[in-house]
Structure formats: structure tokens, C-alpha cells
Design a protein around this ligand. Structure first.
Ligand code: PLP
Length: 492
């Protein structure tokens, strides 16, 4: 493809993108293809000779789009959203254009420097404590996902724990190595029973144990300080070494927020033994921190070690853009920096530049700060606030609709950050499951469900950029219709 062919194809592709977004409301939100639908429609191998863009474009329309779940659809109210936006798509075009696996400063200085700037902007926008800014000992870095951020935090936590213990015991050389392996086998990562599964997976990858800390329905599934204290004590009694804890702002199941005030005290109480790395996972709900009314959540985070939120969930930025902040960047570089000869350069040696390869798992990295920069500049703080406020408003509207039909639905956990969780009356798991399954079979909206402390609940998230009030009301109408059908069937 030469430049002229690219110009023609790119214009046509942009037209396709616009048409796709304009038609989203009319498309069935979940694909109805059967497993294995694609292979029989494709040739058995790549073509021997070049094909024109128009042929590829045709197959996008005929073969790919029918097999998509439309996450940008206003009728997508499942999981958590994966917001995209036009400014962000433009950022991705430039990022692809400049393609540079910019692992260190020298590999493309603008990639590193823009990332540091936009993450400082994000830190201030979200109202995080100053200790997470790059001007001190902290700083932010873009990770692919919240799960990656957790793995990185856990490995840094593990290494910090081992280093501090061995330093305190004055061990060196072989004795230090031996003590490290002995301690490693006892390390245990903690997270509430509502924490995302990535904490358990992270522990697996970090080669440590995992222990879940119970929450209760009567606490709205929030992790309490008392339980953390009890589980730490129990672990210690068993000879285990708790070294890491995930606390969550907006759990995956019900969007519960842990009691940061209580937990910060428990961690603080450990005095000299302040050895547990606390990571705040705010993958979805962290976006709400753009609003002043939610900033009080951050007041105890000085006591914590790292924080992560996904702009690619609810903040108008295409996947992937997970903003990860640490209080002491040296903890990342101590754990993850390896310096083979082929990566050495005078800038790195000078210590004056940041090499983000030492803050993450892979070496190469995409120019992801561009799309964040485009989003921040295109919407401005006011635009982002209006976006979140609108969705929180839709969540409240949905709550009031549920409350207007107490004969059909019962709210299970406090609605939060545009998520509502509820059961269908007769309040049995079977009935709720049947309502949920029939709604998704209906096909106009897409919801997900979960089980919280043994209760089967339906989740409705009103956080897609294209959702409008009429779609929220229509989703409720469908739920009412289906619930009435199911319940009348049970009464017969
Ligand atoms: N943490 C929370 C609270 C989540 O809700 C999710 C996903 O929904 C994750 C972590 C995992 O996110 P990612 O796909 O970015 O790893």
C-alpha cells in the first residue's frame, strides 16, 4: 500500500468508524453467531498475492462485525464498561504512526516524558496524595491492565519485604540467599473475598500464597480493618508472612468500597513492622475521583503504597490505559531493573532520565500516553466530570426505578458508581437467574450477573459513553416485562 492508497483507504476506514458508532443503538448488542462461525468463511491460509483494501473492508462488515459484542453500545450494561472515544481513537492513530517500543528514554524521549507529565496530571485530577507525584519519590506509569499493575505491585512488595527483613537481620552473601528462600516460601498476599481475581492470580505469578479476608453482606461487602487485623494475626500464628494487601475502591461484583480509614490504621499500627504493601485497586470506580464529591475516598491513601485505575473502563480512553502510581518508584526499579549491556546508554547511566522498562513486566511499550493526552485536552476536566456525573445520575435513576417496583425487585447492595445490583422477587436464586437469562436471550440489552455471599444478583451498569436516559428506561421496561412473565409462570 503506497501513500496514495493509504490516504484513500484511511478515509474510507474513518467513514466506517463513524457509521459504526452512528448505528450502534440499532445493532443487537451481543453477537448471535455460533462457536466456530468464522473459520469456514475464511480461506485456509493467507493469500499468495496482495488483496485490495476494499476486499478487507468488505470482510470487516460481513464477517467480523457480526461476531462482535458491541461494548460501545448504549445497550451494553454488563461487566464494567470499556469506554472508547473519538479523541482517544485519534491518539491511537498517532501512536500507531510513530510506532516505537519505547522501553527507555533514549528509545523515544517524547514517549517517556509525555507519560510522566500526563500521569502527574492524572494524579492531581484524581486527587491522589502528593506522594504519588513524580516530583518526589513517587510517580505514575501506564500499565496494560489493572491485573498487570497488581503483579508489578506484588513483585515490588515481595522484594521490598525480603530486602528489609534480611537488612534488619544484617545478612549478606549465602546466608542472605538462604534466608530469602526460606522467607519466600512463607509469604502470603491478602485481599478481600470480593477483591478481583487478579490478586489471587498475581500471588500465583509472584510465587507466593494467597489468603482471602472475609467481608459481610451487612457491611455492604466492604473489607473492614478488624478482619484485616485478625487475618494478619492468624497468618503470623501459622508462621506465614503477610507482605501484600489489595484494598478496593469499587469491587467487581457489587462496586463495594473498602474501609480505607480502618485499614490504614491497622497497617499503621504495625510500626517498625510496617511491612505490608497496600495496593488500592480502583480499576473501574477510580474514574469517579474526577468529581470533588468522591475525593474524600483518597484521604487515607498516604498510608498506602500504590494505586491503579483503568482509564479504559470509564474515562473515555480506549483499551489499554491503566494508570498505576507508586509512593516510592525505587521499589519498582529495585525489583525489576536488569541492565544487560545492549540496553546501557549514557542517559540511563546519568540517572537523569526515567526508563519505564524498569517499572513494568515487558521490555517494549506502546505510546499510550498520547491517547490519554488527547482525551484530557479534548474533554478538559469539566468534560470528564460531566461524563461521570451523567452516568452516576443514570445509576441513581435506575435505583429509583427499581424502588418503584418493590413488588418485583429487591436491591441487594448499596448502588454505587452507576452500578445497581438486585434480585427478582420471589427472592430465590433460581427466579433471579431465570429473569437474568431471559433478559439476555431477549437480546436488546446485555447484562451480567454474579453471586454475592450466596445470593444470585443481576448487575446493571449505566456507564457506556453512548447511553442516554431513554436506554436506561428501556432496560428497566425489559426487566419488568420479563420479571412479570417469570413470576406469573411461578404463580400458575
Ligand atoms: N480490579 C477490578 C476491581 C476490576 O473490576 C477488574 C475488572 O473488571 C480488574 C481489576 C481487572 O481489570 P483488567 O482487565 O484491567 O486487568
Amino acid at each position: 500500500m503506497d501513500a496514495n492508497q493509504f490516504r484513500e483507504a484511511a478515509h474510507a476506514a474513518v467513514e466506517d468508524v463513524i457509521k459504526y458508532y452512528e448505528s450502534l443503538g440499532e445493532r443487537r448488542v451481543v453477537s448471535d453467531v455460533s462457536p466456530g462461525y468464522l473459520r469456514p468463511q475464511l480461506p485456509s491460509g493467507p493469500p499468495q498475492t496482495s488483496e485490495p483494501f476494499t476486499a478487507i473492508q468488505r470482510d470487516i462488515a460481513n464477517l467480523i462485525i457480526p461476531g462482535l459484542t458491541h461494548w460501545q453500545s448504549p445497550n451494553f450494561m454488563a461487566y464494567y464498561p470499556a469506554n472508547a472515544s473519538f479523541p482517544s481513537i485519534l491518539g491511537e492513530i498517532y501512536s500507531a504512526t510513530f510506532t516505537a517500543p519505547a522501553f527507555n528514554w533514549l528509545a523515544s524521549p517524547a514517549c517517556t516524558e509525555l507519560e510522566t507529565v500526563v500521569l502527574d496530571w492524572m494524579c492531581e485530577l484524581l486527587g491522589l496524595p502528593e506522594c504519588f507525584l513524580s516530583k518526589g519519590e513517587g510517580g505514575g506509569v501506564i500499565q496494560g491492565t489493572a491485573s498487570e499493575a497488581i503483579v508489578v505491585a506484588m513483585v515490588a512488595a515481595r522484594e521490598r519485604y525480603l530486602r528489609n527483613k534480611c537488612d534488619a537481620e544484617g545478612l549478606e552473601g549465602e546466608a542472605r540467599e538462604a534466608r530469602m528462600s526460606e522467607l519466600k516460601s512463607k509469604l502470603v498476599a491478602l485481599g478481600s473475598d470480593q477483591a478481583h481475581s487478579s490478586t489471587q492470580k498475581g500471588a500465583l505469578i509472584a510465587g507466593t500464597k494467597f489468603q482471602s479476608v472475609p467481608t459481610k453482606m451487612e457491611d455492604n461487602c466492604a473489607l473492614r480493618g478488624e478482619e484485616v487485623r485478625r487475618v494478619i494475626k492468624e497468618c503470623k500464628e501459622k508462621g506465614l508472612e503477610p507482605y501484600y494487601l489489595t484494598v478496593t475502591m469499587g469491587t467487581t461484583g457489587t462496586c463495594a468500597t473498602d474501609r480505607f480509614d480502618e485499614i490504614s490504621k491497622v497497617v499503621g499500627e504495625r510500626g517498625e513492622e510496617k511491612d505490608i504493601w497496600v495496593h488500592v485497586d480502583a480499576a473501574y470506580a477510580g474514574a469517579a475521583l474526577v468529581l470533588d464529591e468522591y475525593k474524600h475516598f483518597t484521604k487515607d491513601w498516604n498510608a498506602f503504597d500504590s494505586f491503579d485505575m483503568n482509564m479504559h473502563k470509564w474515562l473515555l480512553t480506549n483499551f489499554d490505559a491503566s494508570c498505576f502510581f507508586v509512593k516510592r518508584r525505587a521499589n519498582l526499579t529495585h525489583a525489576l531493573s536488569i541492565n544487560p549491556a545492549y540496553l546501557r546508554n549514557t542517559f540511563t547511566d546519568s540517572g537523569l532520565v526515567t526508563d519505564y522498562r524498569d517499572w513494568q513486566i515487558p521490555l517494549g511499550r506502546r505510546f499510550r500516553s498520547l491517547k490519554i493526552w488527547f482525551v484530557l485536552r479534548s474533554y478538559g476536566i469539566e468534560g470528564l466530570q460531566a461524563h461521570i456525573r451523567k452516568h452516576v445520575g443514570f445509576g441513581k435513576l435506575f435505583t429509583s426505578l427499581l424502588q418503584s417496583r418493590k413488588d418485583l425487585f429487591s436491591i441487594t447492595t448499596e448502588p454505587a458508581f452507576s452500578l445497581n445490583c438486585f434480585t427478582a422477587l420471589l427472592d430465590t436464586n433460581e427466579v433471579t437467574k431465570e429473569v437474568y437469562e431471559r433478559v439476555n436471550q431477549h437480546g436488546e440489552i446485555f447484562l451480567t450477573s454474579t453471586v454475592v455471599h450466596g445470593v444470585y444478583v443481576i448487575r446493571v451498569v449505566t456507564g457506556s459513553p453512548w447511553t442516554e436516559e431513554k436506554y436506561v428506561r428501556r432496560a428497566f421496561e425489559i426487566l419488568v416485562q420479563v420479571a412479570e412473565e417469570v413470576l406469573s409462570g411461578k404463580e400458575d
